[in-house]
Design a protein around this ligand. Structure first.
Ligand SMILES: O=C(O)CCC(=O)C(=O)O
Ligand SMILES: [Fe+2]
Length: 259
């Protein structure tokens, strides 16, 4: 599956032995590697760059997440935008030319459209406690073409918060109105109930990805129906997301609707 990408391109291997005291900047990928990444997302539903973030950065990030969760009273918490995470490796990722290049070229290769100069929609999601359940098994399409996901804390155990994906379910819509119809059809109690039932009764229909902290995951969030499985309430599940490129940014209908 996703490992083929690694085998084909060798991008999984760090160029030098990782020095745990030396936080690394984002690795660049060649044009061939980005093409292989896109092919893999198209074929398998997702691609992964193993060990993209250095262990020292991951340790600091885990501590950062624990501190924010404690501050939030051990409840679900979400940090939005670059400012609250500016001092962590997530701040460096958000401003990394190498990661930006991967996103823009992947977008161009996949859509044959020029990559727009839009900031990431960046969030850090921390699920824990009983409030974490409310934010699990909520199937959705993202509003952005490419979703880049860095798992930070992945709980082990019965409920271990996998990423669940029905990959590449729809095309990138030309019109915002079509996108809105898709979202209404998906985001209603009946469809949500149907998808939850299907995920239980026909699990093979879905990708269920057990993510590894420090690896970097890519999928077409706009095209894929996806969600996260629940995690045990006494554990933390934390993911950082960089969503890139809203195809309906200039839509007049959307401006009119005030969305
Ligand atoms: O946290 C995750 O695993 C997925 C979150 C997600 O899909 C989103 O924020 O758009
Ligand atoms: Fe999403």
């Amino acid at each position: 599956m996703a490992s083929e990408f690694v085998a084909a391109t060798g991008v999984g291997q760090p160029a030098e032995p990782a020095d745990p005291r030396q936080p690394s900047d984002c690795r660049e990928l060649s044009e061939e590697e980005i093409s292989a990444l896109v092919q893999e997302i198209n074929r398998d539903g997702y691609a992964v760059l193993p060990r993209y973030i250095a262990p020292a950065d991951m340790d600091a990030l885990r501590q950062f997440v624990r501190d924010r969760v404690t501050e939030a009273g051990n409840r679900y918490t979400m940090l939005r935008g670059p400012e609250p995470v500016a001092e962590t490796v997530l701040g460096r990722m958000a401003s990394s030319p190498a990661l930006r290049h991967i996103c823009m070229r992947a977008y161009e290769i996949a859509t044959s459209r020029p990559a727009p100069d839009q900031p990431y929609y960046q969030i850090l999601r921390c699920l824990t406690g009983s409030t974490g359940r409310k934010h699990s098994m909520v199937f959705h399409f993202d509003s952005y073409v490419l979703t880049v996901l860095l798992p930070i804390e992945v709980p082990s155990g019965k409920d271990s918060g996998e990423l669940i994906v029905l990959p590449n379910f729809r095309r990138v819509r030309r019109w915002y109105a079509s996108n809105l119809v898709d979202k209404v059809l998906l985001d209603n109690p009946l469809t949500q109930w149907g998808l939850r039932s299907l995920a239980k009764s026909l699990p093979d229909w879905f990708l269920r990805i057990s993510m590894v902290p420090g690896d970097l995951y890519f999928f077409w969030g706009y095209r894929s129906i996806h969600t996260n499985a629940p995690c045990d309430p006494d554990k933390i599940r934390a993911t950082a997301l960089f969503h890139y490129a809203d195809p309906h940014r200039g839509s007049r209908l959307r401006a009119w609707l005030g969305r």
